[in-house]
Design a binder for this molecule. Structure first.
Ligand code: XMP
Length: 527
């Protein structure tokens, strides 16, 4: 498999010191209209220079600069003459390397902190209020700025909370400008990017589309390409981009495994096709999956079966297509994959990481396929993929869709998966989604799995009679990345409407319960 090169834009490089903040910083930089990429802190000055960065941001990190084995920065990086901003740990590394002083005072600052801007705040904090609320998370502190640096802010615990040397184009803040709790955080980043580094805000979804279309054309030429649509946003957008680039050289395959939510097949077959013109083949594999899942309650086994059947179904469809293409004299050489930038970063980053998503697709695609991957979303974050999808005119139901696991409703039925139970769950799920959307809550929740406890029954009373039905669980969660999550405090009246409608409209269900567990300890899905 070969790799596409990334983009022609010169990046702002975010040097990752091992905190979860590097990706967030890169996203914020892009929100400011400037392209950014992440590099590990082990990158040498030469490696960094080779990427021709137009700016560098040193991220925060969990370490103390005094700790043994604390992540280091190649001392050449600050000599490159590239405008550089140090954040938190990166700020301290910068101070230390440039001859300032970092003290281990035992004074810690965590969370919301008042910062006072010194003087006019310089290019970084200029125009901001003299007193502001910032988000801190550090033990050590910069006790003396390096020579030639101007102190721009302080807090009650930290005399040097921000500094700058306009001459050397080096800047730093002790707090986290990338988190929303810092009042003027985005403004600090924008001042660094646009004023200190002089970068225009010219990175947007329109440019990305134009650039990717060109790259896809260069990669595929007159070749044939296939794509698997899942109904999710990544495969929908990557497929649409490839279609925009090469038209009917692309065939998309959509497997209906019967574990989809209400209306999803129609969304893909009708709305998606209407908005893109993609040539689509739907494989109706509902019976096949139900048969394979009959009698199985164990969640891991269910996952395995679904993954296996998906691969087989896909392979069969693919063989037929390959045969057709070969008879045509133009074999299929390419496969579209909706890999996103976080996958690239997490699997070691950058060029050369051929990354087939196995966990987060339905079982992944077969590894022995001899296709060259086309991955037009490799440089993008999820919110950017959504913006591109909207720009391409894809249906909002697909572009705005919450994360939905590859194995679909199959892992939202606790117990055996049957056609009847799928029907019940689909109806309950559709009601919950409809009411959440109607209440305008889609942007507040990360996702809301609706789960059928098929192996549980409890007594209820409905109409004149006693019932012995199943509970439905609502699992609304708020999250940034699904690694951790909190349960969303939905308004009682919305919960009440969902509950009333589900118990009234969905047969066999006589109770609706709310999951009030964070992650950890609970996962988002029940399985
Ligand atoms: P958990 O349940 O582990 O889920 O807290 C974390 C996130 O991953 C999604 N998820 C999956 N996505 N294939 C997927 O594409 C899967 O097999 C799968 N299992 C869980 C889940 O919906 C949540 O967003």
């Amino acid at each position: 498999m070969t790799q596409q090169t990334e983009t022609s834009q010169r990046p702002v490089l975010v040097v990752d010191f091992g905190a979860q903040y590097a990706q967030l910083i890169a996203r914020r930089v892009r929100e400011a209209g400037v392209y950014s990429e992440i590099v590990p802190h082990t990158a040498t000055a030469a490696e960094i220079a080779a990427k021709s960065p137009v700016g560098i941001i040193l991220s925060g990190g969990p370490s103390s600069v005094y700790e043994e084995g604390a992540p280091q920065l190649d001392t050449g990086v600050l000599e490159l003459g590239v405008p550089t901003l140090g954040i938190c740990y990166g700020f301290q590394v910068m101070a230390q390397q440039l001859g300032g002083e970092v003290a281990h005072t035992g004074l810690r600052e965590y969370g919301a902190t008042d910062a006072a801007v010194t003087g006019d705040g310089g290019v970084l904090l200029g125009g901001q209020p003299a007193e502001q609320n910032v988000w801190m998370s550090h033990g050590d502190q910069v006790s003396r700025a390096p020579e030639g640096f101007e102190v721009l802010a302080s807090t009650s615990a930290t005399r040097v909370a921000a500094f700058a040397s306009d001459e050397r184009r080096l800047y730093g803040v002790q707090w986290h400008p990338e988190v929303k709790h810092t009042d003027y955080g985005q403004n600090v980043l924008e001042n660094f990017l646009h004023k200190a580094a002089g970068l225009p805000a010219d990175w947007n979804s329109g440019n990305v589309i134009a650039e990717q279309v060109e790259r896809i054309r260069a990669q595929i030429g007159s070749g044939r390409v296939i794509s698997a649509l899942s109904g999710g946003v990544d495969s929908a957008v990557s497929t649409a981009l490839v279609h925009k680039a090469v038209g009917d050289q692309l065939t998309a395959i959509f497997v209906d495994h019967g574990l989809l939510r209400k209306g999803e097949r129609e969304q893909v077959e009708q709305d998606y096709v209407a908005s893109t013109g993609v040539r689509l083949i739907t494989i109706d594999a509902r019976e096949r999956f139900l048969t394979a899942l009959a009698g199985v309650s164990d969640p891991e086994q269910k996952r395995k079966i679904i993954g296996r059947e998906f691969i087989r179904t896909f392979e069969e469809a693919e063989k037929a297509l390959i045969a057709e293409a070969e008879a045509d004299g133009e074999p299929i050489r390419f496969l579209v994959q909706g890999t996103l930038y976080p996958d690239v970063v997490e699997s070691g980053g950058g060029a050369g990481t051929a990354n087939i998503k196995s966990h987060h697709n339905v079982g992944g695609l077969p590894e022995d396929l001899q296709f060259e991957l086309v991955e037009p979303l490799r440089t993008l974050f999820k919110d950017e993929v959504r913006a591109i999808g909207r720009e391409l005119g894809l249906p909002e139901a697909i572009v705005g869709r919450q994360p939905f696991p590859g194995p679909g409703l199959g892992i939202r039925i606790v117990g055996e998966v049957t056609a009847d139970r799928l029907e019940i769950l689909r109806d309950a799920d559709a009601i919950a989604r409809e009411e959440l959307t109607r209440a305008g809550l889609d942007n507040e929740i990360w996702q809301c799995p609706v789960v059928l406890l098929a192996d549980v029954r409890s007594v209820g009373v409905q109409g004149d009679g006693r019932t012995y039905g199943h509970p439905i669980v609502l699992r609304p969660v708020s999250s940034e990345d699904a690694m951790t999550a909190d349960w969303t405090r939905l308004p009682y009246d919305v919960l009440s409407r969902i509950s009333n409608r589900i118990t009234n409209e969905v047969r066999e269900v006589n109770r609706v319960v709310l999951d009030v567990t964070s992650k950890p300890p609970g996962t988002i899905e029940w399985e």
